[in-house]
Design a protein around this ligand. Structure first.
Ligand SMILES: [Zn+2]
Length: 477
């Protein structure tokens, strides 16, 4: 720095002036980027006189108090015996309910925006997921790779609003015709893919429809060696084969099973439609189905129910919720698709949708683990957050009680992720991930749509503000 002595007074003055011009910016504490969306934040928060639906499947408990401190549930019990701490921010929730933050397992940060094109909508989607009550989610595959990882990090760092994200690697798939998808052609390439993406920050893996058994085996072994779980939306590999290879989870209930296609060639996807014809015609009391269920249960393979995406293809079903947040063009595209679906009485979904619900129920009755997700792909009618609430309604339509359906969408997901010690149910000492609902979803499941506040790590977010911030924009970012 010997040259400093030669700088003239004038130029030195210039440096000082420039430094001063920037000084206010440097000195200012950066504003909390989450502040515009926060409704309740205090050292101690007491939710009083609330109905607790704890996520375990137990009956609702009326008139409870929950004390939140340092992001955790510091006290929980009957309101009469659980006074709010001195100085606590007290929120009287008489007549309202609280359920655990949703743990949703087939979510995406991309969306169908054009023919064969998936737009990366991670910023708006993470806000919508949180607004819908989702405090933890797995992205079940992606066509980009780094966005899921970066969003997971930024959200964890408090820079952006959104749920905790278990970020999958880009799909592990065989040769395919998707414009935005990698292809692996051997077990070795599958291993390299898993290794590379874990090193980038992915925390789970999803295999896809055209993968070979050999590549799938490579991906499963590499994932497990690295402590990652692996799921699959399969077609070329049957559910039974994947279970034998050691997969942890299968997506879309039985909608994607090709186990019952009579002339199925090994490692070849006979077409999703061929598989679905066999599922629509399958006898849930028959030996072939029962043998598959037994294998999945024995090998601890979880199934993810994603009724929401299939509902949008099924004739006679209501318009899905949340379309108003989409760009007008995407909304119109979906409305046309919905109209076509409603008029197509030949559609396999006319029988498949109800059948697949019965098969999922049979799987759970036989001891299988069902987790829940939404899959915001398809024709573009599955809107994050809104669809997560719809998925819970559909689990009730499938035959689960409301508290069972809530448990599938909370504690079951947490257990699958191995995080049930911290999240997934409302219990003393657990993380304060809580959804405040204006109503009683243990009696009327559609009340899950009436989300008033979403606590994540003890901070209460305002769903209306999160939604308002993206309204009409979803499809662009
Ligand atoms: Zn998906």
């Amino acid at each position: 720095m010997g040259q400093v002595g030669r700088i003239s007074r004038a130029s030195l003055l210039g440096v000082v002036l420039v430094a001063q011009a920037f000084a206010p910016v440097v000195a200012q504490q950066p504003a909390n980027p989450l502040a515009p969306y926060i409704k309740v934040q205090a050292p101690d928060v007491a939710l009083t006189h609330v109905r607790v639906i704890d996520g375990t499947g137990a009956p609702a408990r009326d008139d409870q108090t929950i004390v939140i401190r340092d992001g955790n549930i510091a006290a929980l019990g009957a309101a009469a015996g659980t006074p709010p701490p001195a100085g606590a921010t007290v929120v009287d929730l008489t007549g309202k309910s609280v359920i655990p933050g949703l743990v949703m397992m087939h979510e995406h940060l991309y969306y169908t925006t054009g023919p064969g094109v998936y737009g990366q909508l991670g910023v708006s989607f993470s806000r919508l997921y949180l607004a819908g009550g989702v405090t933890t989610m797995r992205t079940a595959g992606n066509v980009n790779g780094i966005m899921d990882i970066n969003l997971a990090r930024r959200i964890a760092g408090g820079e952006m609003p959104g749920p905790y994200i278990d970020a999958t690697a880009p799909y592990v798939n065989g040769p395919n015709t998707f414009l935005q998808m990698h292809a692996v052609e051997s077990a070795n390439q599958a291993r390299t893919h898993v290794q590379y993406w874990q090193e980038q920050g992915s925390t789970s893996v999803k295999a896809y429809m055209q993968i070979s058994r050999a590549s799938l085996k490579g991906a499963i072994d590499e994932a497990h060696k690295r402590g990652l779980k692996i799921t699959g939306h399969l077609c070329s590999v049957t559910y039974g084969e994947a279970a034998d290879l050691g997969i942890d989870n299968l997506e879309h209930g039985f909608f994607a099973a090709t186990d019952f296609v009579a002339d199925k060639q090994p490692d070849v996807c006979p077409g999703q439609g061929r598989g679905q014809q066999t599922i629509a015609a399958l006898d849930e009391e028959g030996a072939p189905f029962k043998a598959l269920v037994k294998k999945l249960v024995d090998k601890h393979v979880a199934l993810t129910s994603t009724l929401t995406v299939f509902e949008t293809f099924t004739p006679g079903r209501p318009m899905p919720p949340g379309l108003d947040v989409l760009t007008p063009q995407l909304k119109a595209n979906f409305e046309r698709a919905h109209e076509r679906a409603s008029q197509n009485q030949q559609s396999v979904y006319a029988t498949l949708f109800a059948k697949a619900m019965r098969l999922e129920r049979a799987f759970v009755k036989a001891g299988g683990v069902l987790i829940a997700g939404t899959d915001p792909t398809g024709a573009g009618g599955v809107v994050p957050g809104y669809a997560d609430q719809r998925q819970i309604e559909l689990l009730v339509e499938e035959g689960f009680t409301p508290v069972e359906a809530i448990s599938i969408a909370t504690l079951n997901g947490a257990k699958y992720l191995g995080r049930q010690g911290r999240i997934g149910s409302i219990a003393l000492g657990k993380q304060a991930d809580l959804v405040v609902i204006d109503g009683n979803p243990s009696a009327t499941i559609s009340d899950v749509r009436r989300v008033e506040t979403v606590f994540k790590n003890g901070v209460g977010f305002d769903p209306a503000k999160l939604i308002e911030s993206v309204k009409g924009q979803v499809g662009i970012w």
